[in-house]
Write a protein that binds this ligand. Sequence first.
Ligand code: GDP
Ligand code: GDP
Length: 439
Amino acid sequence: MKPVIALVGRPNVGKSTLFNRLTRSRDALVADLPGLTRDRHYGEGRVGERPFLVIDTGGFEPVAKEGILHQMAKQTKQAVAEADIVVFLVDGRQGLTPHDKTITDFLRKSGRPVILVVNKAEGMRYNAVVADFYELGLGEPAVISSAHGDGVNDLVDLALDTAFEKRPEDPEELEKVDRGVKIALVGRPNVGKSTLINTLVGEERVIAFDMPGTTRDSIEIPFEREGKKYTLIDTAGIRRRGKVFEAIEKFSVVKTLQSISEANVVVLMLDAQQDISEQDAHIAGFVLETGRALVIAVNKWDGLESWRRDEIKIDIDRKLDFLGFAKMHFISALKAQGIGPLMKSLDQAYAAAFADLSTPKLTRALIEAVEKQEPRRKGSIRPKLRYAHQGGMNPPVIVIHGNALDAIAEPYKRYLEKHFRETFNLVGTPLRIELRTGK
Ligand code: GDP
Ligand code: GDP
């Protein structure tokens, strides 16, 4: 599991600036998707070879007794409780404030490991910046500039080292096990996740429950279907009770995020008997942001009147239109209906996410697309598309090279995406098209 770093601190110390810096590489993927409910508080980051999840607990106000601030404080508390490491930001230009002390008390009670970080320290002398903050009793502060990036990579290394000290799992041991396709089953409480797991696992042979390395309170559920291996990864909100799995009341954003980022394919479960909620849209937003392959399972399809079926379809298309790349299945976890086709789409999404696309094939497809429909001129400039190569997997990235590609408008980019999707059967995964103009 990727370690979770929580950014904590009073308003204006620079949390979101640091958050954006840490998660920046992901933004390009989702930047141009209209209608996406994004929660810019949760993201994936990577420094060198080390991936992690980061939470910005923006607007943290530990003293509020009610209202939205109280609500946020509750979420912050849960995020802190579930984080592997807390990065506590203070403002080096402003110096120590009473709020910093309140937050320190709260963090101390949480029992989580904390790194104190003085931000906005660019151009300042170390001793001068940190002097104020020893008083907090959190040890020697790290010093960074979120805005300029100074010290940020070192901070992440320090945070991850500290997190791993607390978690003596052996990642190599974990990697030795063949898990097949790793699936995250996500959705808000009560949509039917544990029912689906019991159906999947009950119907088919369960390989083994005791996997090495699963010592934390994570659960992994390996199973086989038609000779293929799958593993449900740390499904949030599910607990094992003897041979069956049951739901736990609490919803955990951190766990949901962790299982998504660990999985190859995400199954987003929705409840056909309820309207699509804000929470559904948020979870969908996380999936999109990580770029994972996705299948949508609309559950509790049994016993629904046909008018309701039409209604929910329209609701999904309207509120989750940014998931257009994913296949949607209407299932009943309880009655084991629609499970076969769902698993087929899951296999297909997996294959698409990890598709290996050769440069000659991509270039041929590109030329074909251009022959069918050329890009428009922009003034006197005619963009020229020359060749394409694969720039990444999971999600696939197709890099197109040529001249004057800046002049290519969004609709043509979407046309190209559609053409590549159809040519290479890329269903169920986001697909990123990058245009690179040669000099
Ligand atoms: P948050 O409320 O904790 O999320 O704080 P923000 O990230 O919104 O930053 C608050 C203000 O501090 C913004 O005007 C930022 O531009 C500024 N800021 C953030 N990091 C730095 C930094 O490293 N140096 C300086 N000088 N300003 C910064
Ligand atoms: P979880 O919180 O997402 O794990 O949801 P559960 O699996 O605990 O299901 C919540 C409730 O929905 C339970 O009462 C289930 O019996 C019910 N349920 C789950 N799947 C279906 C289904 O396909 N059809 C119907 N009618 N009810 C279902």
